[in-house]
Design a protein around this ligand. Structure first.
Ligand code: HEC
Length: 157
C-alpha cells in the first residue's frame, strides 16, 4: 500500500461512517411506519394505568382491558363492549374527525382520550405525546383511502 493511501484510508472510512448532519426533515416513511407499528402495539397491549379487566363474551379467563377488548381485531371489523354493545369498525373513523358530539367539537385525539379515561378507566397520554401521536398514526392508517369526510362547514372566504 503506498504510504499516502495508508494514511488516507482510515480517514476515508471515518468520513463514510460519520453520521449525517442533523437536518430538520419531515417524517420519513420509516418513522411513519414506526409510529403506526408502535400505535398498533399500544392499541393491543397498553393499559394506560388501568387496572380493569373483562371477561370475553366467548371466553372463560379474565383479560386485561385494552383497546382491543372493545375494538376487536385491532379495530378492523365490528367490535363490542364487554357488556355486549356492538361497535362499528374503526376503519375510516379517523377521516370523520373533527366532529360534533353533544354540541362540542371533538378531535380524534380527544375521542381517544375519552376512550382511555372512560372505557379503559386509565390515564390518557398528553396531547402531542409520543403515545398519543402513535395512536393517532395507527388509527389514521386504518383510514387509508377512506374519503375525508369530517362534519365541517366550508371554510370562510
Ligand atoms: C370499554 C370499551 C372501550 C374501550 C376499552 C375502548 N373504546 Fe373506543 N369506543 C368505545 C365506544 C362505546 C365507542 C363509541 C363512541 C363513544 O361512546 O365514545 C368508541 C369509539 C371510539 C372511536 C371513535 C369511532 C368513530 O367512529 O367515531 C375511536 C377512534 C376509539 N374508540 C378509539 C379507541 C382507542 C384508541 C382505545 C384504546 C386506547 C379505545 N377506543 C378503547 C368503547 C371502548
Amino acid at each position: 500500500m503506498p504510504p499516502l493511501f495508508r494514511f488516507a484510508a482510515p480517514l476515508l472510512a471515518l468520513a463514510v461512517l460519520a453520521p449525517a448532519a442533523p437536518a430538520a426533515t419531515p417524517p420519513t416513511p420509516h418513522s411513519l411506519r414506526q409510529a403506526v407499528d408502535d400505535g398498533a402495539a399500544l392499541f393491543a397491549h397498553a393499559r394506560f394505568g388501568s387496572t380493569r379487566s373483562y371477561m370475553p363474551l366467548d371466553g372463560l379467563d379474565r383479560h386485561a382491558l385494552t383497546c382491543i377488548a372493545c375494538h376487536s381485531g385491532g379495530g378492523v371489523g365490528p367490535g363490542h363492549t364487554p357488556s355486549g354493545l356492538t361497535l362499528p369498525s374503526l376503519q375510516g373513523a379517523a377521516a370523520r374527525y373533527p366532529q360534533v358530539r353533544g354540541g362540542r367539537v371533538v378531535t380524534l385525539e380527544q375521542q381517544i382520550a375519552h376512550c382511555i379515561a372512560g372505557g379503559l378507566g386509565g390515564q390518557p397520554p398528553a396531547a402531542g405525546s409520543a403515545a398519543m401521536t402513535d395512536l393517532v398514526a395507527y388509527l389514521s392508517a386504518l383510514s387509508r383511502g377512506a374519503p375525508f369526510a369530517p362534519q365541517l362547514p366550508a371554510p370562510p372566504h
